[in-house]
Write a protein that binds this ligand. Structure first.
Ligand code: CA
Ligand code: CA
Length: 99
């Protein structure tokens, strides 16, 4: 399989790589801690969280952490990105106006 020509597969692998890169900054490689999530959001999703206050980041963490164990696993991460993709589908401009 040629990953280069499979943009869908490549995009999914890229999202998984982002999770793995940030989740593995501490001993628990399978979960994003609050600190790891914060670093991930400000490095990889800065356009979407511009102007967000610390309490907004806490809200994002709460929304991502479906099982409320204080961490974000791959399921919670991918599920949230899918929801975000649906929200963004109407246009990034429209998404920004919702703030
Ligand atoms: Ca971790
Ligand atoms: Ca969780």
């Amino acid at each position: 399989m040629d990953i280069e020509t499979n943009k869908g597969v490549a995009s999914l692998m890229y999202l998984i790589k982002i999770f793995d890169d940030y989740a593995s900054k501490d001993q628990d490689k399978d979960h994003l801690s609050k600190a790891e999530l914060k670093t991930l959001l400000s490095a990889e999703f800065s356009l979407l969280i511009q102007g967000a206050k610390p309490e907004d980041v806490n809200k994002i963490m709460g929304a991502l952490d479906h099982d409320k164990d204080g961490q974000v696993d791959i399921q919670e991460y991918m599920f949230t990105l899918c929801s975000l993709g649906i929200a963004m589908h109407g246009g990034i401009g429209q998404f920004h106006k919702k703030k």
